[in-house]
Design a protein around this ligand. Structure first.
Ligand SMILES: [Zn+2]
Length: 160
């Protein structure tokens, strides 16, 4: 039995409850093995609900692909002052209400998960630390506290 942190557990619950992703997809996106995710699934849903969830996953494609704007370029890409790639905010995106632009890496994650906003307690980390590498396999969803701890750790390694 591999133990997971409370933070990871929160994140897994959130993904299980708000997305239609399989446990394999969730394990890739949060960077842990499938068994703790399956345990949460069993805890959060009854057997009947799990079957329903599975059937739903098989019958629908992701929101991103079903969205009429999916894949359409939304204006020009540009870099913000911190070096992140910003793109025009698509109509389905529900975050950043006072802005016309959105982080490209947030869009990539939302489109993959089929959600319309990055949950407020979460952020999207670039695994290779290249802020401009927004391919899905370079991105991982973390809670802010996990993310802060990770970067503190990385900072220490760099300064050694
Ligand atoms: Zn990061």
């Amino acid at each position: 039995m591999n133990k997971i942190t409370e933070d990871k557990e929160k994140l897994i619950d959130l993904l299980l409850l708000t997305t239609n992703k399989t446990t394999t997809e969730i394990s890739n996106i949060v960077g842990i093995s499938r068994s703790p995710i399956n345990r949460r699934l069993a805890k959060l849903f009854t057997k009947e609900e799990r079957i329903k969830r599975r059937n739903k996953m098989l019958s629908i494609s992701t929101m991103g692909e079903r969205n009429p704007n999916f894949g359409k370029k939304q204006g020009k890409k540009h870099f913000n002052s911190e070096g992140y790639i910003m793109v025009g905010k698509p109509s389905w995106y529900t975050g950043r209400e006072s802005s016309n632009t959105v982080f490209e890496h947030h869009l990539v994650m939302c489109e993959f998960l089929g959600i319309t906003n990055i949950p407020s307690e979460c952020c999207v980390h670039h695994k290779d630390l290249d802020k401009t590498n927004n391919s899905l396999d370079n991105l991982t969803l973390m809670t802010f506290s996990e993310h802060t701890a990770l970067h503190r750790c990385l900072q220490k390694e760099i300064s050694l």
